[in-house]
Design a protein around this ligand. Sequence first.
Ligand code: F6R
Length: 244
Amino acid sequence: MKIVVLQDYSSLSKHAAALVSEFIQRRPAAVLGLATGSTPLGLYRELAGMVRRGRVDFGRVTTFNLDEYYPISRTNPQSYYCYMRRHFWGPLGIAPGRAHIPDGNPADAAAACRDYELKIRRAGGMDLQVLGIGINGHIGFNEPGPRLTAETHLASLSPETISANSRHFEKAADVPRSAITMGLGTIMRAREVLLLASGKSKARAIGETIRGGLTTAVPASLLQAHPRVTVMLDREAALCLRRG
Ligand code: F6R
């Protein structure tokens, strides 16, 4: 794992944007795996600025999102579908046919998961996967537990995740309890991974991800077995990595 510690969130976002834009300049038709949530917002804003200034072109890029709440409709402003339209697909000019996200309201969830996994494989898998991390060490919505699932699946969210996500919803009753997420195998097959974390609340999970053993109790720790991972952190998220 390559660990990069930046001063603050703004610098983290700029460095992440430089890495992603250089990647796209080398591979203009790359397949990107994308996270939602608060952490990559700065990265997406920086990339949108680069696109506006003509510094990088995402016109040939294909994207697959890690996850979507379940059940949720695409018209719900809290859906990751709406988030992506607002923060990534729209500003970066990704054509609808190239932008993929699990359907949060499928008639048959198991079939929808199989279909999503197949689409990823047909696209050749992810060249670069952008990840955030939960305070409990989840990636995508692969939550800690006795076992992890390899492929895209319907997952129950842990109480910590439901509580962390509740900041985006008006009423506790509206916070989704489940999500459709890529599995650990789907993520590990990405050829390169960029994991981002910002703030003190992520410090423990980052410490366990990087310094602990590989364990299903911290799903992100499995990334230690991946050959090309960059972990970009701000100083607060790196607090548990200090020696001594
Ligand atoms: C979102 C996702 C999640 C988030 C994680 C951190 O697509 O897959 O794993 O990356 O919950 O969320 P934030 O960045 O909001 O702290």
